[in-house]
Design a protein around this ligand. Sequence first.
Ligand SMILES: [Zn+2]
Length: 71
Amino acid sequence: MAEKIPTFTTKKCYECFTHLPLDAEVCPSCKKKVGKVNKIGVAEKPTDWKGYVICLLIWIGLGIFIWKGFF
Ligand SMILES: [Zn+2]
């Protein structure tokens, strides 16, 4: 039995559930960046690598600060 792969002509914004074209990168309603459509027809939340790296650097900086403060 072959699994039926759903095809979508639109995707829904993960934030406000507005219907968007499949190639949309930004939701015009809530201005959030949207990724590719997933298997339930909702746009995936794109990974914010820049924000992730900045967060990591802040934690490393904080760790060094605490380490220098105690030793
Ligand atoms: Zn939206």
